[in-house]
Design a binder for this molecule. Structure first.
Ligand SMILES: [Zn+2]
Length: 428
């Protein structure tokens, strides 16, 4: 997958002396009452009291910036940005760092900090009614209980080269907090397990996750892929947790914090998590020598089923994109850069559950590529092979190879020979 936002904000600046607005002080005084309610609903005992605090919007922005700087190096962030440009998900000159800081600052109503065990309410909630404030607090206090029982700090650092896995874990963490928050909002009047609809569908239909340009201008202006990545852990995570609840109640949800989901595929299809359909690990060799002088490897990444939904969905309609990635098995993308010119070359090797699944993905990817580069022609060299300017797309059995931004001197056939011999570790 592409974007991962930190599980919670870390490294916040010490609170400066200032008056907490009276309406915030009043709702903060209810923290313990809300914590007891959340503990009962979530079936997790309180191990220790939770500290509560208040931060202004400026301080939240500072915390978001610090979180950015501590969770990854500038090089890692630059590599991630280049990957998104190569995939056509953000414009080349897009300032991702600035946009994400703005977006996160805007979206944060409150947060829980695993480092200090403190829950913080922010300015953006002021003016909202008391009921919405309590509901937001219930969400953050669920994170506090998760941390007391399952240790959230172990998820603070991203997994190198596998943001798909991080996204799946984040969906568990946020999905759990979202479902518990809803249970609190319904106040036991509605049993989540018995809802006939998925919570994700419900949240989307209710407009709760929709961007109102007046209230959240940064979200409204964000590129589609960024927006959907931001919402995935809440909407899809809630549906995932709901499926676990139906399977074995809150005990089953708690068990998932030990027996973690491994891919967004498992989150999108909870039955694949429950029956342990594990992702195939694809490892690629460094082929920079075959690209020519001045080329070097920037980063490796697993896009995952959700990542490919976004990659196809940027140019095709949503339903088509979702259908075409159903049979995802595993993938690895390697991004290369020509140092002197900054030209990018992206090599993706994907593997699918069946030949029919690789066919569906290949056809959709060809169509997506034609739409992305409408002025290029992609010759039908033979069935399952499309060649265009710097582009080479080939399907071989259950695998699909996607080479884009190839320099003229590189020979796709030689590259493919190297790539086809690499390991695909089938899950045990
Ligand atoms: Zn949360």
């Amino acid at each position: 997958m592409v974007f991962v936002l930190a599980t919670a904000l870390a490294g916040i600046a010490p609170a400066q002396k200032r008056a907490v607005p009276p309406n915030v002080a009043a709702v903060l005084a209810e923290t313990n009452t809300i914590l007891r309610a959340v503990s009962r609903l979530r079936e997790l005992p309180i191990k220790r009291p939770v500290k509560s605090g208040y931060r202004s919007r400026k301080e939240v922005e500072q915390a978001v910036i610090e979180d950015f700087e501590t969770s990854q190096t500038p090089e890692e962030f630059a590599a991630q940005t280049k990957m998104l440009v190569a995939l056509g998900l953000i414009p080349q000159d897009y300032n991702l760092r600035e946009a994400m800081i703005e977006l996160l600052t805007e979206q944060v109503a409150g947060f829980y900090q695993p480092k200090t065990g403190e829950f913080v309410l922010t300015e953006s909630l002021i003016g909202d009614d008391r009921h919405s404030q309590r509901i937001a607090i219930a969400h953050e206090l669920t994170h506090a209980l998760q941390d007391q029982h399952f240790n959230l700090r172990r998820f603070e650092k991203p997994t190198k080269g596998n943001t798909d896995r991080d996204m799946a874990i984040r969906a568990l963490v946020e999905g759990d907090a979202t479902v518990t928050m809803l249970a609190y909002a319904f106040d036991g009047r509605m049993e989540i397990q018995k809802l006939p609809l998925s919570i994700g569908t419900l949240l989307e239909a209710s407009g709760a996750l929709l961007d109102d340009p007046k209230k959240t201008p940064a979200l409204a202006a964000a590129p589609q892929a960024l927006k959907q990545s931001l919402l995935f852990p809440y909407a899809n995570g809630a549906s995932f947790v709901q499926a676990l609840l139906r399977n074995g109640g809150w005990t089953r949800v708690s068990q998932a914090f030990t027996d973690l989901p491994e891919s967004t595929e498992q989150v999108l299809h909870p039955e694949k998590y429950l029956t342990r359909e594990r992702p195939v690990t694809v490892s690629l060799p460094d082929v920079s020598a075959l690209l020519g002088q001045g080329w070097s490897l920037v980063t490796n990444e697993v896009q995952g089923e959700f990542g490919y939904q976004l990659i196809l969905g940027e140019f095709l309609d949503d339903r088509r994109a979702k259908q075409a990635v159903q049979g995802w098995g595993g993938d690895c993308s390697a991004l290369y850069e020509h140092q002197p010119t900054g030209q990018l070359c992206l090599i993706q090797v994907t593997t699918w559950d069946t030949r029919a699944a690789s066919r569906a993905f290949f056809d959709a990817y060809v169509e997506r590529t034609q739409r992305r580069f409408p002025r290029h022609t992609f010759a039908l060299a033979q069935e399952d092979l499309r060649v265009g300017k710097g582009v080479y797309l080939e399907r071989r059995g259950a695998e699909v190879y996607l080479l884009e931004g190839l320099p003229p001197q590189a020979d796709a056939k030689t590259l493919l020979k190297q790539l086809a011999t690499v390991s695909r570790k089938l899950p045990a």
